[in-house]
Ligand binder design. Sequence first.
Ligand SMILES: Cc1cc2nc3c(=O)[nH]c(=O)nc-3n(C[C@H](O)[C@H](O)[C@H](O)COP(=O)(O)O)c2cc1C
Length: 375
Amino acid sequence: MKKPVLHNAFCDLLGIEYPIMLAGMGVFGRATPPKLVAAVSKAGGLGVMGCSGLSPEETRRRIREVRSLTDKPFGVDMLLPAKISESAPTRSGVQEQLRQRYPEHVAFVKGLIKKFGLTEVEFGNEIVINNEYARSVLDVVVEEKVPVFAAGLGDPGMIIPEGHAQGMKIFGLSGSVRNAVRQKKSGVDGVIAQGTEAGGHTGKIAAFPLIPQVVDAVSPTPVIAAGGIADGRGVAAALSLGAQAAWIGTAFLVAEESAIFDANQAQILEGDSESFQVSRIWTGKTVRTFYGDVSKAWDESGLVPLDAPYQRILMEDFIAAAEKAGRYDLTLNAAGQIGGMLKKRRPAAQIMEELVEGAVENIRRLQSNITVSLS
Ligand SMILES: Cc1cc2nc3c(=O)[nH]c(=O)nc-3n(C[C@H](O)[C@H](O)[C@H](O)COP(=O)(O)O)c2cc1C
C-alpha cells in the first residue's frame, strides 16, 4: 500500500515526514518514555521527550535510549524557570519553608493523606526547578546534540547560541500573543501556540482565537498548534489556522507505549471534556488535569493554593503517599479537554497513521465539497 503524503516546508526544517509532533510531557518521565518518543519518530512525526523533573543523568540515559531505538530526529522538552524564585534550592529546604510559613496548608495535606486512608512517605526526588537545575539538564541536551529542544515554561533564550551553533532547532510554548512575540525576539525557530483546552500547564486563550493571532504576530517564524488535537480533523484545522504543524499531548497519553498509570489512562478514556479542569492545586500554576476527589477536597477547603514551587512540593508528598498505597486514581493526571474524544488505547504508530490519513482525507474533502471563488 502506498504511504499517504502530508508534507510541508516545516517537515524539511526538522527532517521529518509529517507535520505532527508528540508534545514533550513531564510527569516524572512516565508520559513520554523513550519507547513512545521513538515510536512517533519512527512513524514519521517528531517524538519529543518531556524531561522536566528528571535528573541530568536520567535525562542523558533516556536520550541514549531513544537513539538506540531509532535514528530518526527527536526532541527534548523541559519546563524552564519562568522567574527567579526566592524558594530554597532543594526539596527539603522548601519543605522546611512550608512548615514555617504555611502551616495551615501543610496540615490540610496531612489531613488529605488521612482522609483517603494513606500513610505519609518521603518523596525521594530532590529536584526543584530553578536556574541551576535547568542549566544542568540543558548542558546534557547540548552535549548529547539533541536535534530539537522545546521549553514549556520560561525563556529558551538561554540555550539558543550554543544550540544553534550545533544545528539544534529550538521552540518555546506560548499561551498568549505577548509571550509568543517575546520568544520570537529571543530567536526561537518556532513558537508552539497552546490553547487553554490543552492538558498540563495552560493559559486562558482558546486555540481558535490564539493560533491565527500568533501566526500574524510572529510571521514568518513558524507556528505549531497545540491544544485539543486528537484526530485528522484537528490536524487539518491547525494547518488551516496558519500553523505549520500540530503538537499533540493528551491523545498520546492513551498510547500503548505511554507509561502513565493505568488508573490515569482509564480516567482519560472514561472521562468527557468537562472532566478536565484547570486549577493551581498541583503545582501552584494553572494546570489542566482530571477533576477527581483530590480536586474536590481542595475546592471544598476554601484554601488558596500556594505559588510555585511551594504548592508542587507540598502536593508531591500527597502524590507519594497515594502511589505508595496504589491509589493512582488520586495522583496528578494532567490531560486536556480532548480527552472526551479518546475512547481506546492504541499503539502510537496507529495513532500516527490515523492522524495522517485523517488529515489527508479532510483536506481532500474540503477541496471536493466546497465551491470557492474570489471573483
Ligand atoms: C500530562 C501532561 C504533561 C505535560 N507536561 C509538559 C511539560 O513538561 N512541558 C511542556 O512543554 N508541556 C507539557 N504539557 C503540555 C504539552 O506539551 C502540550 O502543549 C499539550 O498537551 C497540548 O494539548 P493537548 O493535551 O490537548 O494535546 C503537558 C501536557 C500533559 C497532558
